[in-house]
Design a binder for this molecule. Sequence first.
Ligand code: PHE
Length: 505
Amino acid sequence: MENKKHGFGSALGFILAAAGSAVGLGNLWAFPYKVSQNGGAAFVLVYIACVVLIGCIVMMAEIYLGKRGKANTVSAYKKVNKNLGFFGVIAIIIPTVIVCYYCVLGGWTLRYAVNSFQPNDALSNANSFANFTSNPIMPIAFTFIFMAITAVIIMGGIKNGIERAAKFLMPILFLIVVFIAIFSLFLGDGVKDGLNFYLNPDFKELGFNGVLAAMGQAFFSLSIGMGTLISYGSYTGKEIKVGKSTFMICLFDSLVALLAGLAIFSSLGALQPDSLQEAHGVGLVYQILPQVFEKMGGFGSVISLLFFIMVVIAALTSVISILEVSVQFICQRYKKKRKSVTIIMAVICFLVSVPITWSVGGAFDGKIILFGYDLLTFLDEIANTVLMPVCAMGACIAIGWFIDKKVRFNPMKTLRALEKDGLELGFFGKIFAVMVKYVAPLVIGVVVVMGIVGKYAEYMLKGLNYSYIVGGALILIAIAVIVYFMFFENKDTGDNHTEEIVESK
Ligand code: PHE
């Protein structure tokens, strides 16, 4: 009963909200260019393998961790084993760090969406992007608006805020991406070249680095290893099947990524083939695509508007999920109302985002630089290369080794313990047990180590020392561990029921 009032109202609502978290800038601007740079369809195959073999497993572990705990990430881990609670603190730190820079990018997307209404003032040349981002005030104003919309939705609560927004926005996003993908297939002869550039399989080009990139991309894109799925999972009840929901979320996420790539590369091939090589990241979305839209003629401004609405929706539903993690924890731990906590957290994250905006945009001649890195890159590397995999591993270890009170090496016995605990997986259970206990933690461990080694080499070429990133991440982990054992281990850290009581007062 209570769950119905405060948690997700339906399985579909949960799936759409989680898909909203997963589908983000990672799908729309990172996936397409990573495919094109790492061996086309070969990368796609490896990516799908990563999603199916590791991504799904971690996602199921996280959703289940939340679902069984019915609480914020710290309490959810504590309910498995008190000594694991620090993973819950890491799982709050990561999304809170990410929010601070992701909302900067969200603000930019908002600026471009608004701009589509004024075709004469098109931001279509490269300079206008630089002008916009290096302006000390404008990007901050848009980030503020973006953050305010996020906060209003979270203040509405899970069912009336987050679920309602997802149910409204996600179908729109999907329709837009399908429409633009189909539209761009008919742009002319060059479409073939664009698609060829995008998907032509080349296993040599893929290499080991490509495999690492695919794994990293799968993690970021599926929103795993950052607490969001534990948090959303905690608001689900019996109506949600963990396996089936995971399948739907992963399918939706991968489909949107592939379609976005299809749309972007067919349009580039047809209208601006010279830019194919440099089509990546920020430049792709904010500099190259606006030029391409302009070349579409009369239709261009409509497609541009639709495209940027889609990017705003993708970014918004992701930021909602990352801010929710800390809001949920603070509401429950300190018995405060959701509305006030949301406002406080949104304001703090917004304030942190201001120097980040100046750092990436180059206002004040790019003086805000940390050890040679702009703040966005610095925080993004800390979160993605080290913290996220650590957190994902935490979920696998908790589910694979600690639900069963006895330490058992036989995964079939673990499976029985999991089933007794309430996880229903049917025939897929055996595979899950082996994967979550052994394969996933091992693969993640290898990926972290290899990933860090690769990054050292990559940043050395740019004259930067990657030790600052690794050091920064280790400091955050240490802080999480200390804070947990000092302040939270023996305190009541609350759960969803606490939140209901506080809200009903
Ligand atoms: N998965 C989102 C994307 O693809 C980003 C995200 C990261 C969302 C972390 C939630 C948590 O862009």
